[in-house]
Design a protein around this ligand. Structure first.
Ligand code: AMP
Length: 189
């Protein structure tokens, strides 16, 4: 862990030091992308080499580098995290994308957004049978995106090894929505 200002009150599933690291590299943007949403901008974390490496290492350490074979990243910020976690652990990367982006046969899952509906897709042959899959994304809010993705992973024959996010918005109760699924959040606010 690099020497950084730690926000003593920060909490998360990998302890206060890495929680503080995420907190100190997150910028709150009010009313983006629409009025009433407090957007958690994690691009300052991605842009800081030491901080980014420490957060990626914390995800790998939490699960254990031999506990998964493939890392699924959710479009688009999840791709950044997935690629780094995969590289750090010797695993592969599989994208879950918004509808219409993947070129071959896909499985799809639709879910409700605050306004309207969204659809995510995964290549139907993304996994070999029994492959252990770690899913990563930047923010867990209501849990709709994660629930749809975890559903896709299991429908495609993957075995869920874990689900990690950098930041969890606890008041939106995503963890409860995922119920029996394992949730690992570096920072919970
Ligand atoms: P949800 O499906 O409600 O859990 O939303 C999670 C997805 O939406 C993630 O892929 C996040 O990148 C994005 N997201 C939702 N709310 C926020 C927020 N307040 N700040 C940043 N990203 C968010």
């Amino acid at each position: 862990m690099t020497d950084r200002v730690v926000q003593a009150t920060a909490r998360g599933d990998s302890g206060p030091a890495v929680a503080g690291l995420v907190a100190s590299h997150t910028v709150d943007v009010p009313d983006f992308p629409q009025p009433g949403i407090l957007f958690k901008d994690l691009t300052p974390l991605f842009a800081d080499g030491d901080a980014f490496r420490d957060t990626v290492d914390a995800i790998v350490a939490y699960h254990g580098r031999d506990s998964f074979d493939v890392v699924v990243g959710i479009e688009a910020r999840g791709f950044v995290i997935a690629a780094a976690v995969a590289y750090a652990s010797g695993a592969g990367v599989v994208p879950v994308r918004k509808a219409g982006k993947l070129p071959r046969s896909t499985l799809s899952a639709s879910y409700e957004l605050e306004y309207g509906e969204a659809t995510l897709e995964l290549h139907a042959d993304a996994f070999t049978a029994g492959q252990r899959v770690l899913v990563v994304d930047d923010v867990l809010a209501t849990g709709g995106t994660a629930a749809a993705t975890l559903d896709l992973v299991e429908r495609a024959g993957g075995v869920l090894a874990g689900f990690s996010v950098l930041l969890e918005l606890a008041f939106l109760k995503g963890r409860q929505r995922l119920a029996s699924r394992p949730v690992h959040a570096l920072l919970t606010v």
